[in-house]
Design a protein around this ligand. Structure first.
Ligand code: FAD
Length: 357
């Protein structure tokens, strides 16, 4: 046994750190186990030119705002640097690299098994994000297709695709940003289920978070709100995407019906040869370590009340998306659910201590 803590947090990305920030104030003992070699969570794996869709002051974790950058929309490296400094500033007890393999029940607590030993905990927070589970839609013939297939999770720079014909699949911010740069060096075809939803040039993450906050307040107060069109998945017109629009490359086609060995066949039967496909088709929650608890459902999620698992009351889940809290899979949005989670854990463990005494 490597350790015993009141709380073990799995994952040291922004969600794990935000939970750590609030746990620090409770006096509970905790450790954050993280599978990366350094700070930054999934941002360490983003493509080189990745930009946030909101300015620095709208991308902050609790306690210490993200320092401003010279550019309106911070780049990936700025976020990694911020998370590294955030972690150091609060001296969080992060152990890395430590890969959590499984979580099992052990007496009145949970046992967290890692590739570096076991940790016993009275409560576990899963904050493992989604990066480790890229999602590929199931198009017929995908395995027979001989071209290159890359998910946005592994995409790095456009130069890898210079001179090729590239299909970019997916109509969110990743698809739009990657299309914007790959289209400068390659022939691109953008494939989206529906016509992409572009936000007006003057609407960015700030406005979306204000809308999300208003929805959150309304929910708490039992009101209904008229939500204007445009959610966190809609495309923010960051400068490279605007520039791509000016070049006329932001046009998209509805999905093809199947792959061939060297390309794709469209609904009207015509065929296009393609050297590569970049899948910008999103992610699913990375919940493999929780499978041993029997709480991961067929849809890949865990049933929760707020952020607490309904099937395992010593387990909380933070940062996965709307199902674990409005805007919780964003830097600024995770604060609310992280605070509430730490508060609930404190109450639950206090109650347990009283009952046990
Ligand atoms: P992660 O950052 O994935 O951190 C999880 C951590 O857990 C990682 O360090 C991982 O190694 C670790 N881990 C996972 N499994 C295990 C295990 N079994 N054992 C040990 N450790 C484990 N948000 C914004 O606020 N603004 C934006 O502009 C924005 N733009 C985005 C653009 C793109 C293209 C994408 C993909 C996302 C964007 N987001 C943005 C969303 C969001 O901020 C990220 O998805 C964020 O990284 C989620 O943080 P997290 O801490 O929940 O997960």
């Amino acid at each position: 046994m490597d350790g015993e803590r009141d709380v073990v947090v799995i994952g040291g990305g922004q969600s794990g750190l935000a939970v750590g920030y609030f746990l620090r104030r409770t006096g509970l003992s905790f450790v954050i186990l993280d599978g990366e070699d350094g700070a930054g969570g999934a941002w360490r794996h983003g493509w080189e030119s990745l930009r946030l869709f909101s300015p620095a002051q709208w991308s902050s974790l609790p306690g210490w705002p993200m320092p401003p950058t010279g550019e309106e929309y911070p780049r990936r490296d700025h976020v990694i640097d911020y998370l590294a400094r955030y972690e150091a500033r609060y001296g969080f007890p992060v152990v890395r690299p430590a890969g959590v393999e499984t979580v099992v029940r052990a007496g009145d607590g949970l046992l967290v098994r890692t590739d570096r030993g076991d940790w016993r905990a009275r409560a576990v927070v899963s904050a493992t994000g989604t990066w480790r589970r890229p999602f590929f839609p199931d198009y017929p013939g995908r395995n027979e297709y001989g071209g290159r297939q890359v998910h946005s999770a592994e995409y790095r720079v456009p130069d890898d695709f210079a001179g090729l014909t590239v299909l970019i699949v997916g109509g969110g911010n990743s698809g739009a940003q990657i299309l914007a740069e790959v289209s400068k060096v390659a022939r691109t075809l953008w494939v989206t289920i529906d016509p992409p939803s572009f936000l007006p040039d003057d609407v960015d993450g700030r406005v979306l978070f204000e809308r999300a906050t208003e929805r959150w307040r309304a929910l708490r107060e039992g009101r209904t709100v008229e939500t204007p069109k445009g959610g966190l998945g809609d495309i923010v017109m960051v400068p490279p995407v605007r520039e791509a629009r000016d070049r006329g490359v932001l046009t998209s086609a509805r999905p093809f019906v199947r792959f061939t060995e060297s390309g794709v066949v469209w609904r009207d039967g015509t065929e296009t040869q393609a050297d590569a496909v970049i899948w910008c088709t999103g992610f699913r929650p990375a919940l493999d370590p929780l499978k041993g608890l029997g709480v991961v459902e067929a849809d890949g999620r865990v049933r929760v009340d707020g952020t607490r698992s309904t099937g395992e009351p010593r387990l909380w889940l933070v940062g996965y998306g709307e199902w674990t809290g409005i805007a919780s899979a964003t830097l600024i949005g995770v604060m609310r659910t992280a605070r509430e989670t730490a508060r609930q854990i404190e109450t639950a463990l206090e109650r347990q201590a009283v009952q046990g005494s």
